[in-house]
Design a protein around this ligand. Structure first.
Ligand code: AAL
Length: 429
């Protein structure tokens, strides 16, 4: 009896299983076709609509707004030539580049930058010596300038010279950035102990401090952000040190060049400290930004925003991380400032709600043509500020003159390959 009962239950269960599968098979339709009964609305919803969306439309609602024009982290960039800097007729013997963030003290703006003044333009690692630079930032010092309007600058001279051997930076000090902390000033910079390009662009980060933005600056004469361990992504270069104050700590972002020369991969890391002298602890999630080069960052709302330029999948993007670590793309932009050093009123105020930026200095490199390589500083303006709304900065594309396109012409080699393709096609027919 018991056996018959169990058999009956088993047969019923099996029948139910087959029915449910076959019924599932009959009813299954592609999900997308049976969820939207109406077309996507003509007026673009500001918020993500309650309907099935394609991946592209799902992504569209990951940005801060449904359209770039309403996106606080979207902007055009406008550029202005600066007054007050002499470049020896652009013969390559004077170069200024990699400006720091700008601060406002004593009723004027201050900026620090890599200053190279050498008898010859850069000659490469093989030809360099104690007076001939290998690269545009070799045999350099950190100089500074002041301005009352951000357009005309008065060069004040050297802030941080190259220290004597064997101190960190004896070969060159470059690519500085400033921190104001408890009323004192700290300058972080790349400290080269060999000419850039000998193996690679290899250096750690050093630091000097001062009681006034006009100096004098006292070198700590020790490495504050060391290179990574052997085999780690940042084992050779710690570039573009960029300190901000967040959560009562110093968040110092930096870049490294890694993988293989000549097509290095460039990504950004983060090191955090309680004091300007360190110790700095590198974040265990490093690299924290997968692209970029000299990366500009600023406190924005509860998080940190980043201008991700030049290299990597996600170059030409502005990114945002509410925790200052896990960055996501907030907008896609063009003509971004290279090595932008913005004026960030709340860079060091330990703000809980960053207001953003409107302007800063950046650089243009590889000027002067063959054998005269040097860089110049320039001003950029943008609208990445919660307190401003410049519609002309929110248009969804910059206008380029025709020569911008035609100057990026085909190389002789590309044209030769094209003509060969044409011949192959003709011979086939
Ligand atoms: C810059 C920065 C660092 C590099 C070199 C000088 O744009 O990335 O400073 O070392 O190029």
């Amino acid at each position: 009896m018991k056996f018959i009962f169990q058999k009956t239950i088993a047969v019923l269960f099996l029948g139910l299983l087959i029915f449910s599968c076959s019924s599932e098979k009959k009813e299954v339709k592609p999900i997308s076709q049976n969820e939207n009964t109406e077309g996507f609305p003509y007026l673009l919803p500001e918020k993500k609509p309650n309907r099935s969306l394609s991946k592209a439309l799902e992504r569209n609602y990951t940005y801060p707004a449904s359209k770039p024009e309403n996106n606080e982290l979207y902007t055009l960039f406008k550029y202005t030539k600066l007054k007050g800097f002499d470049y020896n007729d652009h013969d390559g013997t004077i170069s200024r580049r990699d400006p720091s963030k700008i601060i406002f003290e004593n009723d004027k703006y201050y900026v620090w930058y890599t200053h190279r003044k050498t008898n010859t333009p850069p000659q490469g690692a093989d030809k360099c010596n104690d007076t001939i630079p290998s690269s545009d930032w070799d045999l350099s010092e950190i100089w500074y300038a002041t301005s009352v309007d951000g357009f005309t600058w008065e060069e004040q001279g050297v802030a941080i010279p190259r220290p004597p051997k064997p101190n960190v930076g004896w070969r060159s000090v470059s690519t500085a950035d400033v921190l104001k902390w408890n009323g004192k000033y700290y300058m972080y910079y790349q400290g080269f102990m060999e000419a850039s390009g000998k193996r690679g662009d290899d250096c750690p980060v050093a630091m000097s401090s001062a009681d006034s933005p006009d100096g004098p600056w006292t070198p700590l004469n020790k490495i504050v952000i060391p290179n990574g361990n052997e085999g780690e992504w940042d084992q050779f270069s710690i570039h573009d040190p960029y300190p901000l104050v967040r959560d009562g700590k110093i968040y110092l972002y930096y870049k490294s060049d890694f993988d293989k020369n000549p097509r290095y991969v460039r990504m950004q890391g983060l090191a955090i400290a309680d004091n300007p002298e360190g110790p700095f602890t590198k974040h265990h999630l490093n690299p924290v930004i997968s692209s970029g080069h000299e990366t500009t960052l600023f406190p924005f709302k509860k998080g940190i925003a980043a201008l991700v330029i030049r290299d990597g999948h996600e170059h030409n993007t502005i990114q945002y991380a509410e925790d200052g670590v896990n960055f996501e793309i907030a907008s896609i932009v063009e003509l971004m400032p290279n090595a932008g050093g913005p004026f960030i009123p709340d860079a060091f105020s330990n703000t809980r709600f960053g207001q953003g930026i409107n302007w800063g200095l950046s650089h243009f490199t590889n000027l002067g043509g063959k054998g005269k390589s040097h860089s110049i500083l320039a001003r950029f303006d943008c609208d990445l500020n919660l307190n401003t709304n410049y519609p002309e900065m929110k248009k969804n594309r910059p206008r380029h003159n025709l020569d911008v396109y035609f100057k990026q012409g085909l190389s002789k080699k590309q044209r030769k390959l094209i003509m060969e393709d044409n011949e192959r096609l003709k011979n086939k027919s």
